[in-house]
Write a protein that binds this ligand. Structure first.
Ligand code: GUN
Ligand code: ZN
Length: 436
């Protein structure tokens, strides 16, 4: 039987990139004070003032009252490691030592199927609690870590992108693949999961130092034959890492060229970090339609550096916003936005509330080539929605009562929000989290 639901309350959505100015580009945003989102079988059917929808919905429609709250499209995290919740906030290392001392040992545990299953559930509980409904996810090297993650996501009817880490060198033996065996495992996972329910597969060579030329070449081959797959990896995060890539691949002109040479750079490729890229690398990534995942809390925590978002933008290079847990310090999109603001403030490019919420929703959907499905509150999109509570804490409520414009309100909400601000999360037209 067809299921009709109407969510009533204030709503905000971007329809296009609002730009970086204090005033959003004309037609790029939509706000309704007493709005309605009419959902039919998991899809958004109409978004209009409540009064006009109330006359149109069928009598059996369930009406959910979110007056006093603020509905937005569900948040999207373009780069996160579900297998690293256990190492968040591990003290005192930069990237390469952090990987060896904390992260690789933690990922070894994901050989255990039960451990992986429980970790996937914990991760998804936490994502939904923070209003994130879609993420591009690194699993571990163990195929079972991907099976359990996709299974848990499918059960909750979430739109998720994930893949098995590929590494065949420079990592502990328990985590390294046989060069082609790892690629064959990926092909098995693609056959089992890609395109099933709301799931997509992303090829996941960890980063250039942990894959041989042969493995990178084989991944490029898979991508050439199946260009609808995503690809995710890391690029130019840390100066020591960049120097190491130079030693491992002396024949390539720079770090990015390693990925270019093996055919890994395309419109569905995400390169995490990209902190230390020059103008030529920005231009090359832009020309190939790839995106760089901006991971501000991680870049600050590991001391990796300040990513110049404006330079990417000027080059026409899409950036997406990401938590990069476990190097990041917050799984919440609010944490990432606050980090993005702080990095921008240091670089003289302060993020507006408009641009911040655009980035977390439609901007990330576009970067991941999912904007025909998610990222806006519009007819035909999947009903993934976050319900924010401006009165979540006494201080937030007080501060928001002192705002006069929507611009001020969105900005203060962006800077002061956290997981407590998420009153409810909906995915595929169903409520999947309610704050207790
Ligand atoms: N580079 C290679 N692997 C990783 C990882 O797990 N986290 C981060 N932040 N950078 C990486
Ligand atoms: Zn990462």
């Amino acid at each position: 039987m067809t299921q009709h639901t109407l969510l009533r309350g204030p709503l905000f959505t971007c329809l296009d990139d609002p730009g970086e100015a204090i005033t959003p580009a004309a037609g790029s945003t939509r706000y309704l004070e007493d709005g309605g989102i009419w959902i039919v079988d998991g899809q958004i059917h109409a978004v209009d003032p409540f009064a006009t929808l109330a006359d149109r919905i069928p009598p059996e429609a369930a009406i959910v009252d979110y007056r006093g709250k603020l509905m937005m499209p569900g948040f999207i995290d373009s780069h996160v490691h579900y297998v690293q919740l256990d190492v968040m906030a591990s003290y005192g290392r930069q990237l390469l030592d952090w990987l060896n001392d904390y992260t690789f040992p933690a990922e070894c545990r994901f050989a255990d199927e039960a451990y992986a299953g429980a970790a996937a559930e914990r991760f998804l509980d936490e994502l939904l609690r923070t209003g994130t409904t879609t993420a591009q996810v690194f699993c571990s090297s163990h195929p079972v870590s991907v099976d359990r993650f996709f299974e848990a996501s499918a059960r909750r009817r979430l739109r998720m992108i994930a893949g098995k880490v590929l590494m065949d060198r420079n990592a502990p033996e328990e985590l390294t693949d046989d060069t082609l065996g790892g690629v064959h495992d990926s092909e098995r996972l693609i056959a089992d999961w890609h395109g099933r329910d709301r799931l997509s597969y992303t090829l996941t060579p960890r980063f250039a130092p942990t894959s041989s030329r042969e493995q990178l070449d084989a991944v490029g081959g898979v991508l050439r034959n199946a260009p609808d797959l995503h690809l995710q990896t890391h690029l130019s995060e840390n100066r020591g890492e960049i120097a190491w890539v130079g030693e491992l691949f002396p024949e390539r002109r720079d770090y990015l060229d390693v990925y270019e040479y093996y055919g890994l750079v395309g419109p569905k490729s995400t390169f995490a970090h990209g902190v230390h890229l020059d103008a030529d690398q920005h231009r090359r990534l832009a020309a190939q339609g790839a995106n760089v995942a901006f991971c501000p809390t991680s870049n600050l925590f590991l001391g990796s550096g300040l990513m110049d978002r404006q330079a990417c933008r000027d080059a026409g290079l899409a950036t997406s916003l990401a938590s990069d847990i476990g190097a990041g310090t917050s799984l919440s999109t609010f944490g990432s936005l606050q980090g993005a603001y702080q990095v921008g403030a240091l670089l003289g490019q302060a993020l507006t509330g408009w641009q911040g919420f655009y980035q977390a929703t439609l901007g990330n959907a576009r970067a991941l080539r999912l904007d025909d499905r998610i990222g806006t509150l519009q007819p035909g999109r999947e009903a993934d929605i976050v319900v924010l509570d401006p009165d979540a804490t006494p201080l937030l409520s007080h501060r928001l009562s002192r705002t006069e414009t929507l611009a001020e309100r969105l900005f203060a909400l962006m800077m002061l929000g956290d997981d407590r601000t998420v009153a409810a999360t909906w995915a595929d037209g169903r409520c999947v989290h309610t704050r207790s």
